[in-house]
Design a protein around this ligand. Sequence first.
Ligand code: HEM
Length: 193
Amino acid sequence: MWGAGMREPAPQHWVRWGPVIIVLHWATLLCVVALLVTGWQLGAHAAHIGRRTEILQLHASLGVLLLAATAVRILARLTGRRPTAPAGSRLRGIAAFVVQAFLYLSLLALIATGIAAAAPRPFTPPIQLFGLWPLPKIVGALPTMVRNMPGIHAALVWILLGLVGFHVAAAIYGTLIARERTIFRMLVWPKHR
Ligand code: HEM
């Protein structure tokens, strides 16, 4: 029993990620779903410049928001608490780490190629983030690179989806088959799992 003024010692084994990581994990999922929907809508409205520009403003704004969230998340991941690794297979632990590292890399690559693909072209209005700030140009000086960016950006989407597939399959396997409470490590409840 811990009395008034006494501090409870830090637990030896964290059972879940810290709250910042958990909130940003699920916020990233929502943001990526919204980016997929708006990204594919861009193709559907390719012939209507006005509508396409509106959707692109939203798509780019969400993408830059995701960049900020990913930067905070990587920082929190490097500096914050991490749950104790399950006692299961070491190989599975390494595979999970590699897939997670590539998930972060593919998100960053998607954002970078997206910003490059959104560079203003003749007859298209410049993109304003949240209707307020102009989208910074990152490769404005390299027109040939910009020309290839939409294709690279679209290919990266499928790489991201493949990695997400592995990630979700591993979470299901870890939770239901290996019974390592994998999914509970990324949930703020229930309290005592
Ligand atoms: C994780 C982040 C992102 C995801 C998942 C994503 C997803 C997508 C998808 C699904 C498409 C349609 C691809 C296709 O034609 O098959 C697309 C297109 C596009 N995205 Fe993104 N996007 C992301 C980030 C960004 C960012 C940050 C920007 C700009 C700031 C951006 C700008 C664009 C542009 C300009 C296109 C149209 C390319 C073209 O065909 O001309 N994207 N995106």
